[in-house]
Design a protein around this ligand. Structure first.
Ligand SMILES: [Mg+2]
Length: 221
């Protein structure tokens, strides 16, 4: 019997790569322009060059900051505060899913910045809709956050939904929590490097995940 649902935010509940990549790039260009005093055209060219080299936001942001001799942590924190979130919206799939999982205890587990993740949830009208668990440490490890869920529930009473096999899927598997990988965003083509990165289930939509949960409940009943 499933009682707790652990869900990741970026590229799981929301389509971050699809909807916020452009906003991040614009915010980065704006902040770098302000901090360096360089023309936007120069900054923009540099940012585009690093995007081609590093596809992940955090990596190209760091590379740009190093290029301009700026502290990437400070610049990222500024972006968290100013990034325009108007392009972010809940998909039809996510809305339906949230309707389906009422009645479960839902833990939103994220390694992103608390400021930015909070702004995203606020923008979507989802602030305090879930039990929010954050790990903002470098590299972010979700296992300690999952252990908090396991203080209340047995591993078989929880299920974890996420897009990242190197993060939540691996952490949940290591703790005996059933895993559902959603193939979304920039990590959808990643191949498991070991057995811990192999999800129990793989889906393309959140509603497929809801159907799996429903199926498990029926079997347990
Ligand atoms: Mg994610």
């Amino acid at each position: 019997m499933i009682k707790a649902i652990i869900i990741d935010l970026d590229d799981t509940l929301i389509d971050t790569t699809e909807q916020l990549s452009e906003s991040w790039k614009k915010a980065l260009c704006r902040v770098l322009t302000q901090r360096t005093g360089q023309p936007l055209l120069i900054v923009g060219d540099t940012v585009e060059r690093f995007i081609k080299e590093h596809s992940y936001t955090a990596k190209y942001t760091k590379a740009c900051c190093e290029h301009f001799n700026l502290n990437p942590v400070m610049i990222s924190e500024e972006i968290y505060r100013v990034i325009d979130l108007s392009s972010l919206q809940l998909s039809h799939d996510a809305k339906k899913f949230l309707g389906h999982i009422q009645g479960y205890e839902v833990y939103l587990v994220t390694t992103g910045s608390k400021i930015l993740q909070g702004r995203k949830l606020q923008h979507l009208g989802l602030r305090f809709h879930f039990i929010e668990l954050y790990d903002e440490s470098e590299g972010g490890n979700k296992a300690p956050l999952f252990k908090k869920v396991l203080q209340k529930y047995r591993p078989e009473e929880a299920i974890c939904i996420g897009d990242n096999i190197r993060s939540e899927i691996s952490a949940a598997n290591s703790l005996g929590i059933r895993t559902i990988r959603i193939l979304k965003g920039k990590r959808k083509d990643l191949q498991p490097a070991n057995y811990l990165e192999k999800p129990v289930h793989t889906v393309h939509t959140l509603m497929e995940a809801a159907a799996i949960i429903q199926h498990i409940q029926k079997q347990a009943a």
